[in-house]
Design a binder for this molecule. Structure first.
Ligand code: SF4
Ligand code: SF4
Length: 453
């Protein structure tokens, strides 16, 4: 017998947790059971006489030989590649790269220098929308949504562009997701009301109670933005427009989440069916060292679990969704069943993003905007899709990167961030390993999954 390479073992006194990254299975085994398995696969005995071993074969821990495991791996990648073709594809417009806030961790201020400040005008908006329409016709089997992103997409000088995008989305029956810092949202509420049936949600960021938020997300003039942003959430909920409250979390604000949770409750947001929350660990994808307080995910997760243990209401509100590496096993907590492993790291790897920047280029990932050398096409002066560039993103998965195909947690990680991989001017074949990923998963299994059984 052959023991899968995708096995992650967490050893504890008296038992082990086995996580199968390829099948998503998680099992608790006694020392005796582990001994039996080890003896069997070392002696190359057939497992059929032993019910435990038969079960382990069924759960993908043991294979007849390495070739059988490879077939299971290929099947997984092929299934996901097929499903990727119909997953939601986000066509995102960035009306401007400018922003009215100066968030301390903003990736758009990173090494690629100053982004062009000129917002989209009538001509570029028409060209971007026409490009997206053409792409939808070319790949009609996909499901599409429209996104607004920036810079900050909702500012007084983007109003007419936003209005045209919402009208276009409505006429094409496409749902719209708006990602905004919320500072100028109040002035857009009447416009959003007009297109309420098209707006899937408005994502607004609040990073903690007022003092925390204001320190992390000041205006360009250095003032706090909390009060305006909180008022924006009020106005949207009043009109029953869905709000996703996003909190960018790192070691400096994780401990203040309960105060934000209490604020959301006192303000009447928590419990409103149109309101939900999501956490996003602050990342420095390019390892620039310019983003303060970036915390390794295992460490951040431990700190978050400490907070949640003390304050379960905060866990109920924020949960774990933003922890990307948990998404492949997160279903264990909620549904008590294995979740699908992932063969891609993110949407960019199945062509799930088309991002039109105000510079006339089209990008495959929202963080790569403003860097024409990473573009996958352009919509000005006319539409061009650069297939070879697109393939670097959309063709990248754990099978195309040798190190990831062999990696113990490959099907949980998905190969790491393509943007980071491409940024060193490689062809994207470099794996981008998050430090401490295995530890983080172990922490989560131990403190949540095990507890829930
Ligand atoms: S990026 Fe690193 S951790 Fe992720 S699958 Fe590849 S080798 Fe493994
Ligand atoms: S490629 Fe990296 S930065 Fe871009 S969306 Fe994916 S994970 Fe995020």
């Amino acid at each position: 017998m052959y023991l899968t390479r995708y096995l992650v073992r967490y050893k504890h006194p008296g038992y082990e947790i086995w996580l199968n990254a390829l099948t998503g299975a998680v099992d608790w085994l006694s020392r005796e059971e582990v001994g039996l398995i080890e003896r069997t696969y070392c002696r190359q005995e057939a497992p059929d006489e032993e019910p435990l071993l038969t079960q382990l074969v069924a759960r993908g821990y043991l294979y007849h030989d390495e070739a059988a495991e490879k077939r299971a791996f290929d099947e997984l990648v092929d299934d996901h590649a097929e499903a990727g073709g119909v997953r939601i594809t986000n066509q995102i417009v960035c009306p401007t790269y400018s922003c009215n806030l100066r968030c301390v961790y903003c990736f758009e201020r990173l090494p690629h220098g100053d982004l062009p400040r000129k917002p989209m005008d009538r001509t570029s908006t028409s060209a971007a929308l026409a490009a997206f329409s053409h792409i939808r016709e070319t790949e009609p089997e996909r499901n599409y949504s429209i996104g607004l992103f920036g810079g900050e997409p909702l500012m007084p000088n983007t109003r007419s562009v936003v209005s045209r995008i919402l009208a276009d989305a409505e006429s094409n029956s496409l749902p719209v997701m708006i990602v905004t810092n919320g500072f100028d949202v109040s002035g857009f509420v009447p416009l959003m009301e007009q297109y309420v049936s098209s707006i899937m949600a408005v994502q607004i960021t609040i990073d903690g109670p007022e003092d925390v938020h204001d320190e992390r997300r000041p205006t360009a003039g250095g003032r706090g933005s909390f009060k305006s942003v909180a008022a924006a959430v009020d106005s949207l909920l009043e009109k029953q427009i869905k709000v996703v409250l996003r909190t960018n979390v790192d070691s400096s604000n994780v401990g203040r989440l309960p105060e934000l949770a209490r604020f959301a409750k006192a303000r009447g947001w928590a419990g409103n069916p149109a309101f939900s929350c999501s956490l996003a660990p602050v990342k420095d994808h390019l390892h620039s060292g310019m983003i303060p307080n970036v915390t390794p995910e295992a460490e951040l997760l431990s700190a978050l679990l400490d907070v949640y243990d003390r304050d379960p209401d905060t866990e109920d509100l924020f949960g774990f969704e933003g922890f990307q590496m948990l998404s492949a096993i997160g279903g264990l907590v909620k549904q008590d069943q294995p979740s699908a492993p992932r063969v891609y790291h993110c949407e960019a790897n199945y062509g799930g993003f088309w991002v039109a920047g105000p510079d006339g280029f089209i990008y495959a990932c929202p963080e790569s905007i403003g860097q024409p050398q990473l573009a996958i096409g352009r919509y000005l002066p006319e539409l061009e899709i650069w297939t070879e560039n697109r393939e670097k993103w959309a063709g990248r998965n754990i099978r195309t990167i040798k190190a990831c195909a062999d990696c113990q947690i490959g099907p949980l990680c998905g190969g790491g961030c393509t943007y980071a991989s491409l940024n060193d001017l490689s062809d994207g074949s470099r794996p981008v390993c998050e430090p401490g990923l295995i530890d983080a998963i172990g922490v989560f299994l131990q403190r949540r999954v095990l507890r829930s059984r």
